[in-house]
Design a binder for this molecule. Structure first.
Ligand code: NAI
Length: 328
């Protein structure tokens, strides 16, 4: 009898389509780890794993279940690691590469959800929708003019990174009558043109954009990229949006740029620590609209990434190359 292919996932919420697709195949065996179990129980399951599907959200997964050198020592059969999202902060890609373990992500699966959330944050900040709600709930309404915001049509949107999500946001923004600039050092000018944006340098983008929106990964090049100098280089009255990753923008520097009045507002879905501490000064700031890493967490986004992940695992199990390989 041929050995079954063992897929391990945690019991964190996942759209049911993941299990349905995998368990529909006789040669696949699905095992589920309880994130609250002991490390020894995790390892007892992981020692069987050929493929490990792991959450991409660093603060919802116990650190002991991150794909690290230490965890890999307990996974002698592992051939592939599947990140639940587009990011893969919970996976030591170099350690996997060294052991020839394939890493896949689900890039693009929730791109539309994230782009729509970036637009939602932009409109909420620009038209003071959340601020208006807070004022009404507290019954402190003074005048409508005190809550006068700006239209986005005719404004310039600057995208930092124009991959799956940036590209979708560029389409949406173009449809709304915005001018779209993009800075992406890994794409050619022609690629960026084809994605409905004007390719520019980072300095030009910061000098010209009315709204700057981050759509690049967190890595050694982008960590702390948006610091006091970069906020200072943005236009007075500009809006900052991030649905990318906490750590790319410096929260204290952003707070200072908002408090000084240099920036008009910020829409933030991602945080250095998630969820942010209740006393994080950005929370409740009148110019800030805050969400909790939910940009990709729509019913459609979660369904798409779960379906995509199961499909990629099935391809790997058949010895085929899946479409979204981070390293192999
Ligand atoms: P992607 O890989 O398709 O696109 C990322 C783009 O960023 C690429 O075109 C790349 O060339 C560019 N890039 C890399 N380094 C850069 C730099 N230093 N400056 C400017 N651009 C740079 O990824 P996708 O799917 O568009 O996702 C983007 C990011 O969004 C992910 O890395 C992830 O961190 C975040 N994300 C957040 C979610 C949420 O729920 N808030 C959900 C999904 C993704």
């Amino acid at each position: 009898m041929t050995e079954k292919v063992c897929v391990v996932r945690t019991n964190l919420w996942i759209d049911p389509v993941f299990d349905e697709l995998l368990t529909g195949h006789d040669h696949i065996e699905l095992r589920i780890i309880d994130v609250k179990a002991s490390a020894q129980e995790w390892y007892d399951t992981l020692k069987h794993a050929h493929y490990y599907h792991v959450s991409a959200a660093k603060d919802e997964l116990p650190a002991g279940l991150f794909v690290t050198e230490a965890l890999l020592n307990h996974c002698p059969r592992l051939k592939g690691v599947s990140s639940s999202g587009a990011g893969y902060d919970t996976i030591d890609v170099a350690a996997c590469q060294a052991r020839q373990i394939t890493v896949v992500n689900q890039a693009g699966g929730n791109a539309n959800s994230v782009a729509e959330m970036a637009l939602g944050l932009l409109l909420a900040v620009s038209r003071k929708i959340v601020e208006s709600d807070r004022v009404l709930v507290a019954q402190h309404a003074s005048s409508r003019e005190a809550l006068m915001g700006h239209e986005v049509a005719g404004k310039t949107l600057g995208l930092i990174g124009i991959g799956h999500i940036g590209r979708r946001f560029a389409q949406i923004a173009t449809a709304l009558g915005m001018n779209v600039l993009a800075y992406d050092p890994y794409l050619t000018s022609q690629d960026i043109d084809e994605r409905q944006a004007q390719p520019v340098s980072l300095d030009t983008l910061l000098a010209q954009a009315d709204i700057v929106s981050l759509h690049c990964p967190l890595n050694n090049d982008t960590r702390n990229m948006f610091n006091a100098d970069r906020f200072r280089a943005m236009k007075p009255g500009a809006i900052f949006i991030s649905t990318a990753r906490g750590g790319i923008h410096n929260e204290a520097d952003l707070h200072a740029a908002l408090n000084s009045g240099h920036l008009a507002g910020a829409g933030l879905d991602v945080w250095r620590q998630e969820p942010p501490a209740a006393d994080n000064p950005l929370l409740g700031h009148p110019g800030v609209v805050a969400t909790f890493h939910t940009a990709g967490v729509s019913h459609e986004g979660r369904h798409n990434v779960a379906r995509m992940a199961a499909g990629q695992i099935l391809l790997m199990a058949e010895g085929k190359t899946p479409p979204h390989v981070v390293t192999s």
